[in-house]
Design a protein around this ligand. Structure first.
Ligand code: HEC
Length: 116
């Protein structure tokens, strides 16, 4: 291989390393907020406790510790999204702003049964 060929390959290598370093750097700097974890417990006390009780053991709405044990995460997410027969209002798009928050709350409610 010619000397020029080696120089070209070497500089491509150096450029590649520099670029991947830059890409990794810009990723962590540009999207720091996406790393913030969702505080499901807080969302529940803000959006569900008014009807399901401060300790979620029932008030206007049923005891979520008991329901959490019987229902799957998917079903709970569906209920949060759609509400129940006009008796519970749909909560997605209200206090819970996106599917990620709905999923986090559903997971939390489903786990309540395990904590007993
Ligand atoms: C305005 C009052 C109200 C709010 C706010 C509310 N709920 Fe409800 N919820 C109810 C009522 C009433 C029922 C019972 C409906 C029925 O009679 O089947 C219910 C039922 C449910 C059920 C189904 C229980 C079952 O076994 O059928 C789940 C799960 C549930 N709520 C979770 C939540 C979660 C999670 C939140 C917060 C994101 C929430 N609810 C907010 C009033 C409310």
């Amino acid at each position: 291989m010619s000397f020029r060929g080696i120089i070209i390959i070497l500089s491509l290598f150096v450029l590649g390393v520099a670029f991947s370093g830059f890409a990794a750097y810009s990723e962590t700097v540009v999207h720091p907020k996406e790393e913030v974890t969702i505080d499901a417990k807080k969302l529940v006390s803000q959006n569900c406790a008014a009807c399901h009780g401060k300790d979620l053991k029932g008030d206007v709405g049923p005891n979520l510790h008991e329901r959490g044990q019987l229902l799957t995460e998917e079903t709970i997410a569906q209920i949060i999204h759609d509400g129940v027969n006009g008796k519970m209002p749909p909560m997605g798009g209200g206090g819970l702003k996106n599917d990620k928050q709905v999923e986090a709350v559903a997971k939390y409610i489903a786990s309540l049964g395990d904590q007993k």
